[in-house]
Design a protein around this ligand. Structure first.
Ligand code: ZN
Length: 76
C-alpha cells in the first residue's frame, strides 16, 4: 500500500533510484515480519514507507515553486 503523501516526483534522483530498485526487487514479495521482523521488505531503503521517513530523500519544493512564480511573472 502506498502512503498518501508519497509523491514520486519530489524524490531526489538518488532516492528515486532506490525506489525503482525496490519496485524491481520486491516484485510480488510482501512484508514477512510475522516470520522474522524486521523483514527485508520493510527495511529496504527504497520502500516508500522508509523514503517518507527520510527527509534527505525529498527535494526541497519551495525554491522551485518560487522560481516558477518568478518565471511566470517575468513573462509578458
Ligand atoms: Zn516487514
Amino acid at each position: 500500500m502506498m502512503p498518501d503523501d508519497f509523491d514520486e516526483d519530489r524524490l531526489t534522483e538518488e532516492a528515486l533510484a532506490e525506489y525503482h530498485e525496490f519496485e524491481e526487487w520486491h516484485g510480488d514479495r510482501v512484508c514477512s515480519c510475522h516470520i522474522s521482523p524486521p523483514c527485508s521488505y520493510c527495511t529496504h531503503p527504497g520502500n516508500p514507507m522508509n523514503l517518507i521517513e527520510d527527509d534527505g530523500a525529498w527535494q526541497k519544493a519551495e525554491p522551485d515553486i518560487m522560481a516558477s512564480i518568478r518565471e511566470a511573472a517575468r513573462k509578458p
